[in-house]
Design a protein around this ligand. Structure first.
Ligand SMILES: C[S@@+](CC[C@H](N)C(=O)[O-])C[C@H]1O[C@@H](n2cnc3c(N)ncnc32)[C@H](O)[C@@H]1O
Length: 319
């Protein structure tokens, strides 16, 4: 279940570009929101498909992403830019007027992983930060300095499916009693030191991969943000508007899959209970989950963990 998202960013075209463009079904004078601007690979594609009457709204939590958006698209009268979480899209006037498409390309961007100073990478030493928005919430170092052993173990298990979660949590708590854990290399080495060696023939990933993913998901409240963002997107979409979400691990994809199913299909009835109100679908799934195609995988095998789901908002039934 580890996250290939960050690695998948190294290719030139953004992940699943053609499928995203097709899924969003951009119309010339429509209004679209890219809630995860990153470095604008998908945004650029949407903009190319918009006419002079179209609108493109760009959001990102990360101030560096927003600076790139301002620099590259700030002068385009069709574009509006807002720094913040996509969970808050309802509070942004530009997005509240109705959207014809919403894209969430989840996870972290390659600049976030590549710059050691952001603290996301176990491969590059840097301050142990991991916040997409460095001005909000606790850094990974702050959280690891105060969280209880059981809480750390739970996060590693739930968000990283790390089987050695208890052992790693115990080692973190023992180490921090001697010295604060403030660097990515320090944490990566500590984790590696308590992990069993890979057996011969066993696929080897860095021993800190799962733990770093888990801590990042926790520090950025990624799953709670996704749940709230999907609700906000559905509320802001116009009938016929499209929702496209790219996930990079099973925890995210499960949330997206269940969200679409909950709004598209009547829940299974229970014969022992009286029938509740008639179910009215608000979404229609557009096809099944999509994976990167063989051409993209051949050029960028790390896109293998990307899963795209697309749904369309339905019109409210007439009374
Ligand atoms: C995978 S990158 C997006 C790449 C982008 N599609 C492109 O083509 O360059 C994910 C971006 O989403 C941002 N992000 C993640 N969660 C967010 C949230 N809840 N609200 C706003 N931005 C978020 C991250 O800061 C990161 O810049």
């Amino acid at each position: 279940m580890t996250d290939g998202g960050a690695d998948a960013r190294s290719a030139h075209l953004p992940v699943m570009y053609a499928q995203v463009m097709e899924g969003l079904h951009v119309v010339e004078d429509g209004t679209y929101l890219d809630g995860t601007f990153g470095r604008g690979g998908h945004a650029r594609g949407v903009l190319q498909r918009l006419g002079t009457g179209g609108r493109l709204l760009l959001m990102d939590k990360d101030p560096e992403a927003i600076a790139v958006a301002e620099q590259e698209f700030g002068a385009d009268p069709r574009v509006a830019i807002h720094r913040g979480s996509f969970t808050d899209l309802a509070h942004w006037g530009a997005a509240a007027t109705g959207l014809d498409g919403v894209l969430f390309d989840l996870g972290i961007s390659s600049p976030q992983i590549d710059v050691a100073g952001r603290g996301f990478s176990f491969g590059k030493d840097g301050p142990l930060d991991m916040r997409m928005d460095p001005d909000s919430g606790e850094s990974a170092a702050q959280w690891l300095a105060r969280a209880g052993e059981a809480e750390i173990a739970d996060v590693l298990w739930q968000y990283g499916e790390e089987r050695m979660s208890r052992r790693i949590a115990r080692a973190i708590v023992a180490r921090r009693a001697e010295q604060p854990i403030t660097r990515t290399a320090q944490l990566a080495e500590l984790i590696a030191s308590v992990m069993p060696r890979a057996k011969p023939g066993q696929k080897e990933i860095h021993p800190a991969t799962r733990s770093f993913q888990a801590i990042r998901i926790h520090v950025n409240r990624e799953l709670a943000d996704l749940e709230a963002g999907l609700d906000a997107a559905l509320a802001a979409l116009r009938p016929g508007g499209r929702l496209a979400v790219i996930s990079f691990h099973s925890l995210e994809d499960r949330i997206v899959k269940r969200f679409i199913a909950r709004h598209a299909k009547a829940p299974a009835g229970n014969r022992r209970l009286p029938a509740v109100e008639e179910f009215v679908p608000t979404l229609r799934a557009i096809g099944d989950a999509q994976k990167a195609d063989s051409t993209e995988l051949a050029g960028n095998p790390r896109a293998r963990s990307a899963v795209l789901r697309v749904a369309e908002k339905l019109a409210e039934p007439r009374p």
